[in-house]
Write a protein that binds this ligand. Structure first.
Ligand code: NAD
Ligand code: WQD
Length: 344
């Protein structure tokens, strides 16, 4: 059993990873400033697991708060999720993205160095591959980033690469996530984007729930089987469990481990809509719209390195992802009322 600082642990992937950590017998300590999440996640985690994670409400750039958290909670390793993550927004407020995503990472590394904690799992993204020349995407493919968000992930990876190459004793995993979807099967936690979602999964869920009128399918003339964009959707609990495998992996092996976390299966936007219709029992109206600027045609992972190095493989299906997203969607308006009642 280890004490794991989970920065951004109240967020979408972080909260699911806290469940997986507790299932594996670890103690998560959440550090979050609730920029894109809510303290009520703690109640939900307690309902799911019977254990309430410790909360440190702080900004990831707050060195003093980090120093205190690392020492007070006798942290053994850190999983670093805290970041700003919207590609479109990153082009509007790039300095905020560099400040949180790069400034936050550097502050964390400095605090960990001073506390002599050298085990770190970092959230990277398939975004670092830019437009891949072919699919499936392997870890040794060229890296590039076409937007400020992607650049922060690429720079984050480079900083960690330089750290591992020059300072002894570090155990670092850089995990490149493909497209997370789904929710915990309890329906108590899930993705809760502010305003109108920009990602396809939550958008489709809101159309099924009649909160939005129809899905705009951005382009049907890509060089893909049905002409719509193809992505590697991965169940968020599979992704969460990938972090436990990564922790176990770096515990055993010092240095740098870089792997894709995806299923290896491409799924088109239309396939996703139809799978969601099947699981929700709702018709999902859509119309074909122009391509979204800077979108790539297709991206899906070669996940074999993660299986080889970490013994991890995604096991949940597209149907599972849609079913669990739908359950969360159905619960979340009622849950919102409950949260509002709790906070007065
Ligand atoms: P999220 O926004 O749901 O979670 C991020 C959490 O970090 C939130 O709880 C937020 O309040 C917190 N946070 C933001 N700024 C902070 C700050 N300055 N100090 C402390 N906490 C702060 O996002 P997510 O989808 O759970 O993503 C988690 C990580 O995974 C991010 O690093 C993201 O870039 C990466 N990632 C996400 C996706 C995706 O599609 N969701 C894909 C690839 C990589
Ligand atoms: C998927 C497909 C769209 C919305 C982005 C980030 C990436 C990662 C995940 C963090 C595309 C189509 C979408 C809609 C649509 N996050 N679409 N109608 O673009 O793969 O990745 O989020 O690291 O960095 O770039 O995901 O869900 O936005 O789009 O037709 O309303 O759905 O064109 O083909 P994407 P997405």
């Amino acid at each position: 059993m280890a004490n794991i600082l989970v920065t951004g642990g109240a967020g979408y992937i972080g909260a699911h990873t806290c469940v997986a950590l507790m299932n594996a017998g670890h103690n998560p300590v959440i550090l979050d400033n609730f920029h894109n999440s809510s303290p009520q996640v703690l109640d939900r985690l307690e309902r799911i697991t019977g254990q309430r994670p410790v909360l440190v409400q702080a900004d990831i750039r707050d060195r003093l708060a980090l120093d205190c958290a690392l020492e007070a909670h006798r942290i053994d390793a850190v999983i670093h999720f805290a970041a700003l993550k919207a590609v479109g927004e990153s082009a509007e407020i790039p300095v905020d993205y560099y400040s949180v995503n790069i400034g936050g990472l550097l502050t964390l590394i400095e605090a960990m160095t001073s506390a002599n904690i050298r085990k770190l799992v970092f959230s990277s993204s398939a975004n670092v591959y830019g437009e891949p020349a072919s699919v499936p995407v392997r870890e040794d493919f060229p890296l590039s980033a076409g937007n400020p968000y992607g650049r922060t992930k690429l720079m984050g990876e480079m900083i960690l690469g330089d750290l591992a190459a020059t300072q002894t004793g570090w155990h670092i995993a850089r995990l490149r996530y493909f497209n997370p979807l789904g929710a915990h099967e309890s329906g108590l936690i899930g993705e809760a984007p502010n305003g109108i979602p920009s990602n396809i999964g939550p958008y489709v869920a809101k159309v099924a729930a009649r909160e939005l009128p129809e899905v705009s399918v951005f382009g049907d003339d890509y060089d893909t089987p049905d002409g719509t964009g193809v992505r590697d959707f991965i169940h968020v609990m599979d992704l969460a469990e990938g972090h436990i495998a990564a922790l176990d992996g770096i515990w055993a092996a010092p240095g740098l481990t870089t792997v894709n976390l995806g299923t290896g299966k491409g799924c088109s936007v239309l396939e996703l809509i139809h799978a969601f219709e099947a699981q929700s029992g709702r018709r999902i109206p859509y119309r074909i719209a122009p391509r979204r600027p800077a979108d790539i045609a297709q991206s899906y992972a070669d996940p074999s390195l993660a299986e080889k190095l970490l013994g991890w493989k995604a096991s949940r299906s597209l149907a599972d992802m849609c079913r669990d997203t739908w359950r969360w969607q159905m619960n979340s308006s009622a849950a919102g009322e409950e949260d509002r009642a709790l906070t007065g």
